[in-house]
Design a protein around this ligand. Sequence first.
Ligand code: BES
Ligand code: ZN
Length: 457
Amino acid sequence: MAGYLNYIDEHKARFEQELFDLLRIPSISAVKSHKGDVHQAAEFIRAQFEQIGLQDVQLIETPGNPVVYGSFLEAGPDKPTVLVYGHYDVQPPDPLELWETEPFEPTVRGEDVYARGASDDKGQAYTHVKAIEAWLKTEGRLPVNVKVIIEGEEEIGSPNLVPFLEANKELLACDMVLISDTSMFDKDVPSITYGLRGLAYMQVFVQGPNRDLHSGTYGGAVQNPLNALCEIVAKLKDENGVVQIPGFYDDVIALSDEERAESAKLPFDEQAFKDSLDIEDVFGEKGYTTLERKSSRPTLDVNGIWGGYQGEGAKTVLPAKAGAKISMRLVPDQEPKKIAKLFADYVMKIAPKGVKVTVEEHHGGNAAMTDLGFYGLEAASKAFEDIYGKKPLFTREGGSIPIVADFKKVLGANSILMGFGLNSDAIHSPNEKFSLVDFQRGIKTSARFFEALAEMK
Ligand code: BES
Ligand code: ZN
């Protein structure tokens, strides 16, 4: 067995303890009061980079959260350069009462560690850090040139990373990007993701009368903002799951027959999918399979809606205001800015009389695709095969990693999305977890990937 694989086995317990230390830092990028924790996580990564022997280690401040950089470029100019990307920021842990154990006190149950960020993305990003350590501590070298950036704003749309890429093209120049921030198709079914959806995230406010009103005294005589908002929401999609915003589908690249046939071959068990969610039936855009609906077709969903009385018992009141947060997952070649404008125009057009409606745009990001013929995928496939004992599947996923499209646009680099998570990891939800078995296999797969890539070129 290769020396680096032995090293990974020998240091398993320490690698896990280090990951748990990182998971204890509540680096929530969406919440301003956690700025200090976000910095602490960046500091932790910087110290790690130094300990494992990366060179040119830098904690680079941005107008938002810091980017941590390190490199090891001694493989020589005839070997490819891999840019490893990950994020140390996490989503808020709410609702707290649904966590079985504290979100920032990592707890092992069975083969899994439970904590916010365990899978998305601290645990997955850390696999590469430990793979690099294994190479440097056993061989004193890496078989390819490696640069690493771990950022702290992915979960808020990476607003400062695009300017960072633009300003540091030379520093980040690479032949490909390696990312573990996606899922395997199923447990023990390794997968390489070649497509991610984009995102346009909107907020709709509805203002009615200048104060809450008695629903008897005023009901029937004024527009109710909550009813008005529901009317708007009801017109965004039809009963077949088709988005009703004019122009929404104009730039969508249709799925080819070949791609549909490949997708149909994936071992997706719809009954198991329904059972895992306790739902009677699936729902989505007519004419598409569940897999297509959740990964390669655009869609629209209300993520949150509020207004009026929600306390105990019945309070007779017409609320003065209401609001909703609505996300649209996008596919190539839909442009988030254009879709946001189409959304806003349509909402203003269908807004009922008697209320004031305003639409705001939150963060967004472009969909991304990796060229299936890209040679780096072959090395990744080989690495999975050697460590998991199976060839990986090639899949598209419905989530978004906004910077992936920019890696292609700004750096001209394809991304290799080597996911070690599972859809059942409950990322963004209470009781997020990550399998420590996959943490270990992930480290080995990453380490093997560097070698397989060097063997190719
Ligand atoms: N790791 C996820 C993206 C992901 C999830 C990809 C599942 C594939 C499958 C990432 O950290 C994430 O959640 N991204 C956000 C981006 C958004 C805030 C711009 C997302 O998809 O909601
Ligand atoms: Zn993530």
